[in-house]
Design a binder for this molecule. Structure first.
Ligand code: FAD
Length: 393
């Protein structure tokens, strides 16, 4: 197993770090160290474009579609340097990590040429329209419908928890298109422009005070007949392919920020004397060990992916990092004490650590809840009997 990186890979690291430092010390200093997903959307759109111009936007994609042909190891290195430099969260995270790889895997040549370079150039931002009221973990329960009308698909229904829809140009949606469609049968995967009369985006405020996610209503919305990934009725296959990206390699990048967050908790404990509290010290040490274990787990995943092996241990990755970060948020609040519960400004101007505590509550929900992860591990890694699912029989 790999325990580090080669000299060539370290040279790539130096190149990425130098570029990031020059931009974030210079013209993009105002977005450095932003941690909120909704802050400064206009400047973060500029940042997406700058990354695209310099070829650092979608490093793992083929050059033909605006990428850099980076190896998996180089992708991990870039993510590490991106976090180390304090670069802002990607406004087009969903386009780059979910829509793009799915279009690469399932799209036609025309679709790849049309959609991928626009994502890589930072011009088109995407969001994900899967969940509905009544269909989250049980995604096959969705009710949104679509049908053909001339050269268009027409879409009716409602999605919920649509992250960053208010900044997005496109949304990918699973909808019922087949006669008598039910459960995972008769679904289609549609690509729909957001800016049209038939689409309404209504923000939902979360406990951090931000409105990162939204309700998204489709009321006679339209998209061109060509904007379907896979064949009509094959949407479940495409949707599940996409969830593979969401639960797999794409979370590697996120892990790199955890080092910064743990360092901030340690610094806070040093500053207020809690570092001398034996119980807090135990928990800080446990967090450090957890982070090291995740790093070696990520390197093992990388080694397996490079040699084309499928290691069922990779299925434990989401529940590990989500639970680790939720524990870290609780530890941060215990370190801060009362100071963590008050804010200097008005409304919800939370500093980094209270924000981490509140946001990390969501980590064990999105991308498949902890309970769903345990089901996946039980069934796919341990080969235990499947849980009864009426509609999947
Ligand atoms: C911050 C955030 C961002 C999100 N962004 C998006 C987005 O951009 N696009 C999108 O489509 N969705 C998004 N989601 C929605 C997310 O995918 C769902 O919240 C998630 O799939 C869970 O679905 P649910 O909320 O309907 O909960 P439910 O599925 O109703 O689950 C409720 C509880 O029941 C448990 N449960 C459910 N089924 C089982 C089972 N079979 N066995 C054991 N326990 C079970 C769950 O674990 C959970 O504890 C986002 C969610 C969050 C929190």
């Amino acid at each position: 197993m790999r325990l580090g990186f080669s000299p060539e890979e370290e040279a790539f690291r130096a190149q990425a770090a130098a570029w990031l430092a020059a931009e974030l010390d210079g013209p993009f200093a105002d977005v450095r160290h932003i941690t909120s997903l909704t802050a400064s959307p206009r400047r973060r759109r500029d940042w997406e474009k700058r990354l695209g111009e310099a070829g650092w936007s979608c490093v793992g994609w083929p050059r033909a579609y605006g990428g850099r042909d980076a190896t998996l190891a180089e992708q991990v290195i870039f993510a590490e340097e991106y976090a180390r430099a304090g670069a802002p969260p990607r406004l087009n995270h969903i386009g780059i990590e979910l829509a793009g790889p799915t279009i690469l895997a399932f799209g036609t040549e025309e679709q790849k040429a049309r959609f991928l370079p626009a994502i890589a150039r930072g011009e088109k931002i995407w969001c994900q329209g899967y969940s509905e009221p009544g269909a989250g973990s049980d995604l096959a329960n969705i009710r949104t419908r679509a049908w053909r009308d001339g050269d268009d698909w027409v879409i009716e229904g409602q999605k919920i928890w649509t992250s960053l829809a208010q900044f997005s140009d496109w949304i990918f949606v699973i909808a019922r298109t087949g006669e008598g469609s039910n459960g995972p049968k008769g679904l289609s995967f549609l690509l729909i422009p957001v800016d049209q009369r038939g689409v309404t985006v209504r923000p939902i405020h979360q406990i951090t005070g931000e409105a990162e996610f939204n309700e998204t209503f489709f009321d006679g919305a339209r998209t061109d007949a060509a904007n379907i990934l896979g064949a009509p009725g094959d949407g479940w296959k495409v949707a599940m392919g996409l969830l593979g990206f969401e639960r797999g390699v794409s979370t590697l990048a996120q892990q790199m920020n955890f080092r910064n967050e743990l360092d901030a908790v340690i610094a806070a404990a040093r500053a207020n004397g809690e570092a001398k509290n034996p119980l807090i010290r135990q928990r800080l040490a446990k967090a450090e060990i957890g982070l090291k274990i995740m790093r070696y787990g990520a390197l093992r995943m990388l080694t397996d992916a490079e040699s084309g092996r499928l290691n069922p241990a990779a299925l434990t990755y989401k529940i590990q990092w989500a639970s680790w970060r939720r524990d870290l948020g609780e530890l941060a609040m215990d370190v801060l004490g009362v100071a963590g519960e008050t804010v200097a400004g008005h409304d919800y101007a939370f500093p980094m650590l209270p924000n981490l505590f509140l946001y990390s509550r969501a980590d064990t929900i999105y991308g498949g809840t902890n309970e769903i992860q345990r089901n996946i591990i039980a069934e796919r890694a341990l080969g235990l009997p499947r849980e009864p699912r009426g509609d999947l029989k």
